[in-house]
Write a protein that binds this ligand. Sequence first.
Ligand code: EPU
Length: 417
Amino acid sequence: MDSFLIRGPCRLEGSVTISGAKNAMLPLMASSLLTGGRCSFGNVPDLRDTRTMMKLLGVLGVSSSLRDGHLEIDASTVTSFEAPYDLVRTMRASIYSLGPLLTRYGTARVSLPGGCAWGPRPVDLHIRGIIALGAKVRIDHGYIDATADRLHGAEMILSVPSVGATVNIMMAAVLADGITVIDNAAREPEIVELAGALKKAGAVISGEGTSKITIEGVTEIGEIMHDVIPDRIEAGTFAAAAVLTGGRIQIDNCRPDHLHAVLEKLRECGASIEVSGNCMIVTGPGTIRPTDVETGFYPAFPTDMQAQIMAVLSRAKGSSTIVEHVYPDRFTHVPELKRLGAKINLDGNVAVVNGVDSFEGAPVMATDIRASSALILAGLVAEGETKVLRVYHIDRGYEQLEEKLGALGADIKRIKE
Ligand code: EPU
């Protein structure tokens, strides 16, 4: 497993271009299974997760090729309806094959993903959703075994506005008979993105971006052709890096309108942020101010930025509180940040972060994509050498992170092992 060697401290300066959004791309790729034909996507990030989804499509008989941000998928020959455990456990988003396979082919067998590094992460809402649409579901040897002659529309209220459940149910409902209403649906930009791409291909969907999405089933949809939105979490991570290092970064090809809660918190930390269309310039303060953060469902502060803001607040002048509401156990980065010198007290889903003046480089271990990026940010301002182990997590979700940081002045190199 590769690692990153970072020599700090540094101040980042320059410009960076944001890649396409991982969490928008993965549902779009799965939605190709609805079409029975060819699909093409632009601004596609070449990530480990993109490649894992291509592998899964391959297992299902679907060919795909990715070159220079352009992804072609030919879903005219689906030969298998099973998403195997080996792929689902490496990438939970493999569960996005469930809705499309079921609604188009009447059968899907998808491994249950199991737990993840920071807790149980259930998929009960995905399952309840497809049952409401008329599927027969059996849990068989760790697999979700679902069948249906033809799904029918239904009205449902999600107990939690789950992104994944909204994606799966929306895709299943697109080819169902009649009208589906998803109440308390997720409102994330990635949902709006998927609905937009499906609508261009003939799906009838309204209300995406609000908590009530209505889908009127159609008998078929055509080729999906779509350019993927920029990754809001990657943009937020670079903005946090500018603040933490007291630097100045021009972030190009981003969607500041998807980042309101993050930018508000960074401003409270003292950042100056100039927004102009799809670009923003983030300038870090001389002294970082403490602030309090609570994660929540969009448009609240994203859980996917919690670890990075914790790295920033660890160097603030004073004490901050971070409350994690989406994944109450998502704190695997805390003991690792402490190895660098951070002072954090964790009590349940509440972290009290007492800012310190300096970090010292140390070996640290990443356990998920966002924890890894937080450790890299912290390494940038630590004195001496920080080795971030297991960077395959970074490769799942950040395109060319070390090249992008290097171009901004960071001393970071990948050690291949
Ligand atoms: N939940 C349930 N039952 C379900 C599904 C979810 O109780 O059936 C709960 C979860 O336990 C959690 C909440 O609902 O408390 C939200 O989970 P959600 O389903 O929205 O998460 P997800 O779809 O599994 C996506 C992103 C995650 C991101 C979360 C929250 C993708 C591929 N993944 O996961 O991204 O943290 O939404 O915004 O879109 C990442 O990119 O690093 C990442 C982990």
